[in-house]
Design a protein around this ligand. Sequence first.
Ligand code: SF4
Length: 346
Amino acid sequence: MSHAALRKSLLAWYRANRRDLPWRRTRDPYGIWISEAMLQQTRVETVLDYWPKFLQRFPNIAGLAAAREEDVLAAWSGLGYYRRARSLREAARAIVEKHGGEFPRERESVLDLPGIGPYTAGAVLSIAFDQREPLIDGNVARVFSRLFAIDDCLGTPKSERRLWDLARELLPRSQSPGDWNQALMEFGALVCTPRAPRCEECVLATHCAARIAGRVTELPRPKARPAVLDVELEVLIVRRGGSWLIEQRPEDAARMAGLWELPTREIGPATGLFRARWQPAGLFTPGREVGRVRHSITRHRIDVSVREATLAKRARLPAHFAWLRPRAESQLALTGMARKVLAFAN
Ligand code: SF4
């Protein structure tokens, strides 16, 4: 299939099948940037809920730049991968300082911003400003791997180079590059899916090298994943009136820094994700187990024993503890696991 024919088929499919997502109704680079940051690692259904609320709370770059970090984390709470939220705020501050509050239009300036890589730069520049900038995300990588039967494992320098070269080559000259990039991603999300791609109804099937060679299920070759680690935790429910005791994670924690969680102790094996701060201090007397909750953080598969506990008599709580008042969950940056345990124990 010539590139021109491929573009024509895919763009026609996109016009007829695209989902009507709210961030597709705007050309505002800020709104598009926020949606792209949220959509990395998070499902569309979840982002549909978070995106409008986030924009309502921080309606523009200046508003986000001026916000307190803890408020941004609170608005992000539940989406996970909190570095994304911190980077958004830092980048907003850099845009105010260096670009007068306007999202920059030059690729190099965009790539200089904290937390913005080639994918996000390509997405914002092509969708908001109609610039001929390519992008590769997981969906596009899969579609290209199959269409062009790329044998290299995803994530290797060689396959990255090949994918980006293809993305550049295929960018249309006479149609919107933003529509083209979105068409590729949408096609990967709806038709050329990771498992059970819908080859029978695929508009590119007659030109798909993997399909012609009967190799669809082999491609793309995944990159080696780190092994899953099973972790067991104990989480304490300590009540005072209608409030719950929570503690703040250290600012220098490798993950979820500064977020609030319920008092937590690793039973085994040690991961470094959680610290046993409450036990040596003898602050609590753990009581009966009220249930178990499953949770995942990156490659950690966590089994949580939820226990009631009481504060030791005359205990002096260190400064990183606080009481979470009833219905105040939305105002604090709680970890996803804390939200899950609170919903379970409520
Ligand atoms: S034929 Fe199947 S594998 Fe090839 S592009 Fe279409 S959906 Fe993907």
